[in-house]
Write a protein that binds this ligand. Structure first.
Ligand SMILES: Cc1cc2nc3c(=O)[nH]c(=O)nc-3n(C[C@H](O)[C@H](O)[C@H](O)COP(=O)(O)OP(=O)(O)OC[C@H]3O[C@@H](n4cnc5c(N)ncnc54)[C@H](O)[C@@H]3O)c2cc1C
Length: 320
């Protein structure tokens, strides 16, 4: 009985809270869902629902949506491999560039035109097949191109900016802008993109090097995979490295030295294989993971004198 009353109240609140949002939405052709759970759409497997979840059918559809959302918050979601979605969910409209934005095309022998929803692992596979080197570092990174650009994702000394030649974005005002690499030199740094946070990345031209065959590329990808398998936990709910490496230091070493390896809060634990990976053991809430992360930051600051910066992006609001 109590359960039914709670459900009724919840549905009533949801309706009231979102009536004006729902009625302000334009007619679109893509996937449009209300109160959509997001825990299956991120690697930690936690978090609440999106008030509105939208996968545009194409760029015009995307434009139609954002031009009609004057004061409604918009949040981009890629493959969800670097986000901690809070338990209260994401207010406003959450946009994911899905299948309609996943094309990868080889042009001019050594370049790839990649849509923002394509997985960077697929970029490395396509490049390998076509004997284009320079993308081997992407083979173990489970994100999309859009998320990868926002994070300037990288590994083994290379990052996405190194291979970026041209970037196409959509601004909040609905303008499509193109930038060549030399216009973006100040826009990227280690795991960071300084371009406006409300820009939506649509597509990039990535440039590698044409090789006569792909043997060396395959070897390098296999080596990267072996290194990952040896140093990182597999088959777990994680968002990879939680904190950025402070200049000249390793976040995982600082965490180990501070005695926080194997620390836990609720269902969230520090990986015993890689201390910079936090893991949802099954029943963690986003709050457990965030609390554990903050505890680590506090202890590392006290014991090692270093302030760790979150690499994982925290999205949404805490449970009321
Ligand atoms: C097992 C594992 C291993 C990992 N290894 C690495 C690694 O070696 N190197 C590394 O750098 N990272 C690593 N990561 C982290 C993660 O894969 C990368 O940061 C990845 O680039 C995130 O991409 P995503 O599509 O999942 O983005 P999300 O996690 O969905 O989003 C990340 C950020 O990008 C924004 N965003 C997403 N799409 C767009 C878009 N189209 N336009 C504008 N903004 C957008 C989001 O709003 C958010 O702020 C790892 C993660 C896991 C789980």
């Amino acid at each position: 009985m109590a359960k039914r009353t709670f459900l009724k109240r919840f549905l009533k609140n949801f309706k009231n809270k979102n009536d004006s949002l729902v009625s302000s939405l334009p007619k679109v052709r893509g996937v449009l869902l209300f109160n959509e759970p997001l825990s299956k759409k991120n690697w930690f497997g936690v978090g609440g629902a999106a008030d509105v979840y939208f996968e545009p059918a194409d760029i015009d559809d995307l434009k139609t949506m954002i031009l009609n959302l004057k004061s409604v918050p918009i949040t981009l979601l890629g493959a969800g491999s670097n986000v901690l979605i809070r338990d209260g969910g994401i207010p406003g409209v959450t946009i994911k560039l899905g299948k309609a934005f996943s094309k990868i095309e080889v042009v001019e022998d050594d370049k790839l035109i990649v849509k923002a929803g394509a997985l960077v692992m697929d970029v490395s596979r396509v490049a390998q097949k076509n004997s284009i080197s320079g993308f081997e570092f992407l083979c173990g990174i489970p994100g999309s191109l859009g998320g990868g650009i926002r994070m300037n994702a990288g590994a083994y000394g290379s990052s996405l900016f190194d291979v970026l030649e041209k970037l196409t974005v959509l601004t909040k005002e609905g303008h499509i802008k193109e930038f060549q690499k030399d216009e973006l030199l100040d826009a990227f740094s280690y795991r960071c993109c300084h371009l406006p946070s409300d820009w939506i990345f649509l597509e990039a031209v990535l440039k590698g090097k044409k090789e006569t065959d792909n043997q060396l590329i395959t070897e390098r990808m296999n080596l990267n995979k072996q290194k990952r398998d040896a140093g990182q936990p597999k088959g777990v709910r994680t968002a990879g490295s939680t904190f950025k490496n402070p200049q000249g230091l390793s976040a995982w070493q600082l965490i180990e030295k501070s005695g926080m390896k194997n620390a836990k809060v609720g269902g969230a634990v520090v990986s015993d294989k890689h201390a910079n990976f936090l893991i949802n053991t099954g029943k963690a809430t986003a709050k457990d993971i965030e609390t554990l992360g903050e505890k680590i930051r506090q202890v590392v600051l006290e014991k090692e004198g270093v302030s760790l910066e979150w690499e994982v992006k925290k999205l949404g609001v805490e449970d009321e």
